[in-house]
Design a protein around this ligand. Structure first.
Ligand SMILES: *Cc1c(COP(=O)(O)O)cnc(C)c1O
Length: 383
């Protein structure tokens, strides 16, 4: 940050402890020599906010550190982060292999948009290494998965997948939005690139829309060039808010994971609840893998299924007023969502049935409230 070295004259010897927001879309320079030195990277400085601004750089540095990456680039949203990465890495004729359980909009991007640019997408069940190996036998540029899938919360075996990708000279990209670097740092387990939506848990207060691409290598320069030319840049105010949210990420994740584990056990005992899906439960198919991979917790998201489908869900939403039906996740407040009619609304009904996404399934994004408060509110909804 340039102002660390030369504090603005009007502040004298003092500096603000809280970082300032630099809303300026353009910067003023003393002369052409200064312009040259900044453009050539000899001296720090900013010129035009779409190319770079202090709030984005500051936040990117902290995120690179959190994920143990070499560098990070802020983008306007999680989708902008994924798009920048794809535009930076792919060219016409390339092929990519993706998990068939990705975030809905990611699936749409891969399925309906990339093919217009001559890029071929193959879907795999990323939980089945043999299937991934078979698909990667044909040349592919990228293998793309999510650490924790939505809504079944299946856990990707990062090391196995990284090895499969690297055996074929393929880049391994992980969307770590549901886990966050507090649970796992995919770069430490073989991933080449991590993408994240800060809109969810990382921002943590439902007031920013932001994404990031973090890599081990020198990818950042390419990504930054895409962000600047395609216009995917992150706004200073959102970066500033996200930096504030990040300050409590580890506290929030630990509190929410703890609550989620208690609530998962409790929900299992409630009348009207057919099943509970949470990696912290021994009966979850990836419980052991999650235990090995994750750092002190199983995440803040769980799902439970009500016996009488849509009607029961409507009743639950009307009665549990303090658990807002709000189709996102990661707030400090507990919220609920309904995968069948929101994130997976346009999925083929047959695939939905196969994945177990029924009308009675509720996804709970567990917050950091006192767990007894959440329990009491859930109990109202289950009456
Ligand atoms: C929300 C989400 C995204 C997209 O992020 P936006 O900030 O909403 O664009 C990508 N991946 C996952 C797993 C998400 O949950």
């Amino acid at each position: 940050m340039p102002e660390r070295r030369t504090p603005p004259a009007e502040l004298g010897q003092s500096r603000p402890l809280a970082p300032p927001i630099y809303v300026s879309s353009v910067y003023a320079l003393p002369d052409l020599d200064a312009l040259d030195r900044i453009m050539e990277g000899i001296e720090a400085g900013f010129i035009y906010a779409r190319d770079a601004h202090p709030n984005a750089l500051q936040l990117a540095e902290r995120l690179a550190e959190l994920e143990n990456g070499a560098s990070a680039v802020m983008c306007a949203s999680g989708m902008a982060a994924i798009s920048s990465l794809l535009i930076a890495l792919l060219r016409q004729g390339d092929r990519i292999v993706i998990s068939d359980q990705l975030y809905g909009k990611s699936l749409q991007l891969f399925e309906s948009h990339l093919n217009r640019f001559g890029i071929q997408t193959s879907f795999v069940d990323a939980l089945d290494p043999a299937q991934v190996r078979a698909s990667l036998a044909k040349p592919a540029r990228i293998l793309f998965v999510e650490t924790l899938s939505n809504p079944m919360l299946r856990v990707a075996d990062l090391e196995t997948l990284a090895n499969l990708a690297h055996e074929q000279d393929c880049l391994f990209v992980v969307d770590n939005t549901f886990a966050t670097p507090i649970l796992v740092r995919p770069l430490d387990h073989g991933a080449d690139v991590v993408v994240e939506s800060l809109t969810k848990l990382m921002g943590g207060h439902s007031d920013v829309t932001l994404g990031v691409v973090i890599s081990r290598g020198t990818l950042a320069e390419q990504i930054a060039a895409i962000v600047s030319t395609w216009g995917f840049f992150a706004s200073p105010f959102d970066c500033w808010l996200a930096a504030r949210g990040l300050a409590t990420l580890s506290l929030r994740m630990r509190a929410a994971s703890n609550n989620a584990r208690i609530l998962a056990d409790w929900l299992k005992e409630q009348a009207g609840v057919v099943r509970v899906i949470y990696p912290g439960l021994v009966e979850h198919p990836d419980h052991a893998l999650a235990g090995r991979l994750f750092n002190g917790g199983f995440g803040s998201v769980l799902c439970f299924e009500l016996v009488s489908g849509r009607e029961a869900v409507n009743r639950f939403m009307r009665l549990a007023q303090r658990i807002p039906f709000s189709p996102s996740l990661g707030d400090t407040t507990t919220t609920c969502s309904h995968p069948a009619l929101t994130s997976h609304r346009f999925m083929d009904p047959e695939v939905k049935r196969r994945l177990g996404i029924g009308d009675g399934l509720i996804r709970l994004s567990v917050g950091v409230e006192q767990v007894d408060q959440i329990k009491a509110e859930l109990a109202k909804g289950l009456k």
